[in-house]
Design a protein around this ligand. Structure first.
Ligand SMILES: [Zn+2]
Length: 529
């Protein structure tokens, strides 16, 4: 992609080692985490921030608009933090967003959007023929990551074991807050346009964006805007991997494993044969491929030949085409394992996401606003962050205080359902600190920081940045055009194809499985279908 004039100097993807890349968990965290790991490994502490561009009027207006709804944004973040529930079970958190959006004058145009249990759409518009922008709040929590808003491992006061270890309380508050603030900015200037807030439920297990994309609900957008909690402030063209989530099950025959094993046919044997095959496959797939699996069902007792076995796995690769080839091979492997053990295989491709179509045009504009958004922490906040780092055995360097240079064309192993949206319209995406430097997402410290002023500051700053980029998009036809042209160029004629074959009858089981706590065995209460 060509760089726009005055584009900040990018960080070349080649600067990062493969090991750095492997350390990344989720989308925007990837943006942040990779760069951070590199600089820390080099022992340089925080990298130098690039020179600040002049502040735009849109950011000044966004700062004032966010200030006016500050209480609402913090209320959303804290309330959602206090109502942690895993994906598909997070109705209460979703209702917090719906309530505040309705109060701000948005109309709820869809519940269970795209057929997803915890997705919704809220909309507001004024004038005729204006651009359409989408905001992508998430609000699901993670199992086992409930924690008090204190700088140590301590159960939450609400007694809940689920917790916002991925910062989705802040993420959601920032996105919904930005939409509410931008509405006020548009009203003040009589700017025509439509703002749509897509409630992106269950990001961690059965991402609603895939469902809404499949239903074509992003098709008419000019752009979508999102951010993610991260240890650093960063944006750029980060390309997450395409993935496919698969369940393979085998049906065999029980028998007494001591007396008459010849009467049985072990489904577990088939699963083991399959898993061995996966591990042999690794030699013959490209280094960008990832395959990870767990045994979900593996028998009941050793003296019964297992008649049921099931593997749940994810395959990933740099592109949709490559991951599709892997899936085809895995299907053959499942059948082969059944043949070899005289069992029957059932191979289900449940859900998948494409690789991300990043947008440098929007990343460059987003970065400008990020560089003009202060990252200031009180002494108490820095000592809170350092105490978390100490408790986790990390370097006590506190919170990030500056925005990183643009990250360009970096491929990472993780995947995100933001990618589904990114094939439909240009997406502005960035990472912003709500957790201390060096801390991984999906950890207790993210929950802790998200429930106090560090998380609140992230929700507010992200809302300002998103509202400013949103206002630029509404008022600058050239920016919209450039972003769209870049997407067309990156897609290179490829069309979005949704991968979503989840049986709605399996919702409860999926939620239950995801919500199980360590040590809790789920095999025995699965109803075999
Ligand atoms: Zn997340």
């Amino acid at each position: 992609m060509n760089s726009p004039p005055n584009a900040p100097k990018p960080v070349a993807a080649g600067t990062f080692s493969r090991r750095d890349m492997l350390g990344i968990a989720t989308t925007a965290a990837a943006v942040a985490g990779v760069a951070l790991t590199t600089t820390q490994a080099a022992g340089q502490g925080e990298p130098k921030a690039p020179a600040k561009p002049p502040i735009r009027e849109s950011l000044k207006a966004a700062q004032a608009a966010v200030k006016a709804v500050e209480k609402t944004i913090i209320k959303i973040s804290r309330e959602v933090w206090d109502l942690p529930a895993v994906g598909l079970k997070e109705q209460e958190a979703m209702e917090v967003h719906i309530r505040e959006l309705e109060a701000a004058g948005f109309k709820i145009t869809a519940r269970k959007a795209g057929g997803h249990p915890t997705a919704f759409i809220a909309e507001w518009s004024q004038g005729m023929g204006g651009p359409k922008l989408g905001f992508l709040p998430e609000y699901d929590a993670l199992p086992g990551l409930g924690n008090a808003a204190e700088a140590k491992v301590k159960p939450a006061a609400n007694g809940k074991t689920d917790g916002h270890g991925c910062g989705h309380n802040c993420l959601g508050a920032g996105c919904t807050g930005a939409a509410i603030a931008l509405k006020a900015m548009m009203e003040a200037k009589k700017t025509p346009g439509t703002l749509r807030v897509y409630g992106c439920g269950a990001e961690e297990n059965v991402g609603a964006k895939v469902f809404m994309a499949k239903a074509g609900l992003f098709d008419d957008l000019d752009a979508a805007l999102a951010w993610h909690s991260a240890p650093v402030a960063a944006t750029g063209t980060v390309i997450t991997s395409a993935n496919r989530k698969i369940r393979v099950s085998w049906k065999g025959k029980t028998a007494h494993a001591g007396n008459t094993p010849w009467d049985g046919r072990s489904a577990l044997d088939a699963a083991e044969l399959f898993a061995h095959g996966v591990n042999l496959m690794r030699e013959h797939v490209e280094p960008t491929a990832r395959m990870h699996y767990i045994y979900e069902v593996a028998g009941v007792a050793p003296n019964i030949v297992p008649d049921e076995a099931r593997i749940w796995m994810t395959a990933r690769d740099a592109t949709t085409a490559k991951v599709n080839a892997t899936v085809e091979w895995l299907g053959q492997l499942g059948e082969g394992a059944a043949l070899g053990t005289q069992t029957k295989a059932n191979f289900t491709l449940e859900i998948g996401m494409p690789e991300m179509m990043p947008n440098e045009t929007l990343a460059v504009r987003t970065l400008e606003h990020m560089q003009n958004t202060p990252l200031e922490w009180t002494a108490e906040e820095q000592s809170f962050a350092k105490a978390c780092q100490k408790a986790m055995g990390l370097k006590e360097v506190g919170m990030a205080t500056q925005t990183l240079p643009l990250i360009r064309e970096m491929k990472v192993g993780g995947s995100s359902d933001v990618a589904d949206v990114s094939w439909k319209c240009p997406v502005a995406l960035f990472g912003w600190p709500t957790l201390p430097l060096g801390v991984s997402l999906h950890s207790w410290a993210v929950t802790a920081c998200g429930g106090m002023s560090i998380g609140d500051k992230g929700s507010l700053a992200s809302a300002e940045i998103l509202a400013a980029v949103g206002y630029d998009l509404l008022t600058e036809p050239d920016l919209r055009k450039a972003a769209k042209e870049e997407l067309t160029k990156r897609l290179d004629g490829r069309k979005y194809q949704a991968v979503q074959n989840i049986d709605p009858k399996s919702w409860d089981e999926t939620a239950k499985r995801f919500g199980k706590s360590p040590g809790e065995e789920i095999v025995t209460d699965i109803e075999w279908k």
